[in-house]
Design a protein around this ligand. Structure first.
Ligand code: ZN
Length: 509
């Protein structure tokens, strides 16, 4: 039997106390002094820090993040020499012939602002193919080994840059870069170690659960890696898994719904895309972009097509989670989901991001019990959003307070690697909004709920810090009750407990 005592923490009503857990459940909450516990009980020292139900990130891409973490980070390179130094250490670590991937270079920061070329990196890696994508992800540079491996030396078109002599410079753009990156093999073994790497970071950050979005390009390998780790008992945080529609055949053939039914990993639903992003002006708007009057963005599917996919997912008893950022896309998602949701939405279908959500759409969501998964960090990161949608519409962009006030279940997430996986930063953004549309700010206890009770609910889980409840907790390194919101950003995590087991802790010997 596993036994754990978290001693000397601050409970949510600001009283000091201890929580004793047995076999993954809360057995006893004691206020004031130390409780008696059986010998052999593990102890985590709370040091007065706040203990809250385990934080859950309800929208992230751990495989994509793991992939980036393994790549060569070029964000700090201030010139070509800086790029070369970092790439050469990446090449040294790679196996013979293995692809070396780097990301984040920005020639705008280089003296002379010239784009890097294959000539700049060829001597570093004559045998290993190298692909380095720019910070924006729309342009990249390949070395000659990569060009040879891809067989693109003779390719024409604007996506392949050529010099005055007609030779490829190594710079590839958009689709050509995407195709090159897709060539980099993703074996399940490598993905599994990427996931373990992200998982340990998640635990350090206080996350006990991740709503894991599986990618349309790599779902076979990603699901194989995840189910392998689950079968081997290697997962230490909880995964709620969302697959793309194209993966459903594979899910069925491999019996993944049966394999992923447990508390550590459960296949919850299907992620569907309706539009793009505000940053790239591909989010579908009802009215044109304020800074691009000829453009209203793009819907990826016709209304009927989306409705069909949603109906299919619903009929399988799975949760549909629909990416929608522009108000036209949110409208399309609401229409499709409301057809299957009735008034209570038993399968908890939800809209991911739900970026531009004016009142008429919110009231339809509330009426049908349609939920939302929001990313508070977008508010503080997308400081340019007012240029895209103008002052008027900005009022309804990421309206987190309105969602909650109007009875819509909304949960928090990072969309990592788009934003930092750190939930403290998301909570802080929900509270402060960096001063952007401050009417939509929410107080700290509400913001915590986005990542605790509401997050659990959005994934068919239950969480509560009460006797008999699940022993999933996050222990902060300070008493956050009554803390000034600006200070919350610096709060750290002393311990993360999943099922009564500390998966990250400074307190257990
Ligand atoms: Zn996402």
């Amino acid at each position: 039997m596993s036994r754990l005592l978290i001693r000397g923490c601050t409970l949510w009503d600001s009283s000091p106390g201890s929580v004793y857990c047995e076999d993954g459940r809360v057995a006893r909450i004691t206020r004031g002094g130390d409780p008696e516990v059986p010998p052999g009980t593990d102890v985590v020292e709370g040091n007065g820090g706040s203990l809250v139900p385990g934080l859950v990130d309800t929208h992230c891409h751990p495989f994509d993040y793991g992939w980036l973490k393994r790549g060569v980070d070029l964000r700090e390179a201030g010139n070509i020499t800086g790029v070369r130094m970092r790439v050469s250490s990446g090449v040294m670590k790679a196996r013979p012939g293995e692809w070396v991937f780097g990301y984040g270079w920005d020639h705008e920061r280089f003296p002379g602002k010239a784009l890097p070329t294959r000539a700049d990196i060829d001597d570093l890696s004559p045998a290993n193919p190298v692909a380095l994508s720019r910070i924006c992800g729309h342009i990249g540079v390949l070395n000659s080994a990569a060009i040879g491996k891809l067989g693109i030396e003779g390719k024409g078109g604007p996506e392949y840059e050529r010099d005055s002599s007609g030779a490829l410079t190594g710079i590839v753009k958009e689709e050509a870069l995407t195709r090159a990156l897709q060539e980099i093999p993703k074996d399940p073994e490598r993905l599994a170690s990427d996931l373990m790497n992200v998982e340990s970071e998640a635990a350090r950050l206080g996350l006990t659960g991740l709503h894991c979005i599986v990618s349309p390009e790599g779902y076979r390998e990603e699901l194989t890696a995840l189910s392998g780790l689950l079968a081997g008992g290697s997962l230490s945080v909880r995964y709620r898994v969302y697959v793309p529609p194209e993966a459903l055949e594979f899910v069925k053939a491999e019996g993944l719904r049966e394999k992923m039914r447990g508390p550590m990993a459960r296949l919850n639903g299907v992620k569907i895309f309706t539009d793009g992003s505000l940053g790239a002006r591909t989010a579908a708007l009802r009215e044109p972009y304020t800074d691009d009057p000829g453009n209203s963005g793009l819907l990826r599917m016709k209304d009927e097509e989306l409705a069909d996919v949603v109906e299919r997912v619903d009929s399988m008893g799975l949760q549909a989670i629909v990416h929608a950022i522009g108000d036209r896309a949110v409208e399309q998602a609401v229409d499709a989901l409301s057809r299957v949701a009735g008034s209570r939405n038993p399968l908890r279908h939800r809209i991911e991001h739900a970026g531009l959500a004016p009142r008429d759409l919110r009231s339809k969501m509330a009426k049908h019990g349609i939920r939302a998964a929001v990313q508070p960090s977008f508010v503080t990161s997308d400081t340019w959003a007012v240029d895209r949608v103008g002052k008027e519409r900005l009022r309804d962009l990421y309206p987190i307070r309105s969602f909650l006030d109007e009875g819509i279940v909304a949960s928090g997430g990072s969309d990592s690697p788009v934003e930092s996986l750190n939930p403290v930063l998301g909570i802080w953004s929900a509270v402060t909004r960096g001063g952007i549309v401050p009417e939509e700010s929410i107080p700290l206890p509400k913001a915590l709920e986005l990542y605790t009770g509401l997050a659990a609910s959005n994934g068919f889980d239950v969480t509560a810090l009460e006797e008999g409840g699940p022993a999933d907790f996050t222990l902060f390194d300070a008493d956050v009750t009554g803390m000034h919101p600006a200070l919350f950003r610096k709060v750290g995590v002393l311990a993360t407990v999943v099922g009564g087991v500390p998966v990250h802790s400074f307190g257990v010997p």
